[in-house]
Design a protein around this ligand. Structure first.
Ligand code: NAD
Length: 374
């Protein structure tokens, strides 16, 4: 199997789909790996590192796209590149399938098997290939680091001869993978941490990290079979907002990570709540790319509210720690290939009945095969 790693389609993308360590492992498995010259540069992996790991460096992107059996990327490909892929080949990347009908159609027409990394099932077996988790984990960490850097005070308590400094207060809204890591990171930095999620099951996890779970009685909430949050009713949203306004007002940092899989993120922090926060406080909206949890957050901008907080809405925060984000994503892709590797044909075996593949393969054999996108 010939694997090709092209330069990412957005110059602003700092990650790379495969790092040299995974290239070495793929080569040992029996694959040959071709990397577009400079593909790893934004995450500090040089062409020479790839060559040492056994890859070939290519400069003719189009020729490589046309002969690769598997193209691996972080981001979805540009629409016009799909037709250049080899018929029958595999394409593995984030695809944003809920918003990319045209792209899915193009994959189907090109007879390419498109794997959507965000659709890898959230099961124990598939954990090693779960890129949503591996990237959200780093985004949660970096959200706290970013907030701490922009805050005009320190996070830990300090008892000094000049007096005692009280710990800063951090409020995490949404306790999935990113939220849990944000809590753990803020705790490590010495902050006093509170957290809230509509799924009551996370209360124990919050407590086990030494943070306080904010209880707001919303009546029936719950989660889907996959563990994702269900959408709240307008009455429940109002109850939630009232309960949280007080906590926001006393917090130095608010980190929101509340997403609804495949849908627009809920607006949780209202204008009133923002205006009720302390001057100099910091909000980081991790859901900014899917619509934002905070009224007034803007993608890739810091918005300073007059006499109020600063709202940070940077997208893809994991990209700010590109070395580790690439390392994790690359391991996810390698684990995917290795899990389905057929040693006889030296190719990825595609049994679409498989529970993982039926979850993440969107197109195959010239058709859209995924139930949700047919
Ligand atoms: P996500 O990014 O979809 O959402 C983040 C959090 O926001 C979730 O905890 C969600 O409940 C919460 N949320 C949504 N609406 C909210 C609202 N109005 N107010 C407050 N919070 C709100 O979640 P995720 O991090 O992708 O995790 C989704 C689920 O998958 C979780 O249950 C997680 O434990 C599970 N998971 C399982 C595995 C596995 O078993 N292998 C791996 C990863 C994640």
């Amino acid at each position: 199997m010939r694997v090709f790693v092209p330069f990412e389609s957005l110059n602003s993308e700092t990650r790379v789909a495969l790092i040299p360590e995974s290239v070495q492992k793929l080569t040992a498995l029996g694959a040959s790996v071709v990397v577009e010259s400079g593909a790893g540069a934004n995450s500090y992996f040089l062409d020479t590192d790839y060559e040492k790991a056994g890859a070939t460096i290519a400069t003719d992107r189009n020729a490589e796209l046309a002969q690769a059996d598997l193209v691996g990327r972080v981001l979805k490909p540009p629409l016009d590149e799909v037709a250049q892929l080899k018929p029958g080949s595999l394409h593995v990347s984030f695809l944003d399938p809920f918003n990319e009908g045209e792209l899915i159609e193009a994959f189907s027409k090109a007879n390419v098997t498109a794997v959507s990394m965000e659709m890898i099932p959230r099961t124990t077996l598939a954990q090693k290939m779960d890129a949503l988790s591996s990237q959200a984990n780093l985004a949660g960490y970096f959200a706290v680091i970013k907030a701490a850097e922009r805050l005009n005070r320190i996070l830990p308590m300090m008892m000094t001869p000049a007096g005692t400094i009280a710990p800063s207060r951090v409020f995490v809204i949404g306790v999935g993978v990113a939220g849990l890591q944000a809590i753990a990171t803020a705790k490590r930095l010495g902050a006093r941490v509170e957290a809230f999620d509509t799924r009551p099951v996370v209360e124990e996890q919050v407590k086990s990290l030494g943070a306080k779970f904010v209880k707001i009685d919303l009546g029936e909430t719950g989660q889907t079979e996959q563990g994702y949050a269900k959408e709240l009713t307008p009455e429940q949203i109002k109850m939630q907002q009232d309960g949280m306004a007080k906590i926001c007002a006393q917090s130095d940092i608010v980190i929101t990570t509340a997403k609804l899989f495949g849908r627009t993120a809920p607006k949780i922090v209202t204008e009133e709540m923002v205006n009720g926060m302390k001057k100099g406080a910091v909000i980081v909206d991790l859901a900014v790319e899917s619509g934002g949890n905070v009224v007034g957050s803007k993608l890739d901008e810091e918005v300073d509210i007059d006499n109020g907080p600063r709202i940070i809405g940077i997208g893809s925060l994991e990209g700010r720690v590109a070395v580790h984000a690439s390392q994790m994503y690359s391991a996810n892709i390698y684990n995917f290939i290795e899990h389905f590797w057929d040693d006889e044909s030296k190719q990825v075996g595609l049994n679409l009945e498989d529970e993982i593949l039926s979850g993440c393969v969107i197109t195959h054999g010239g058709a859209v095969v995924h139930e949700r996108f047919k």
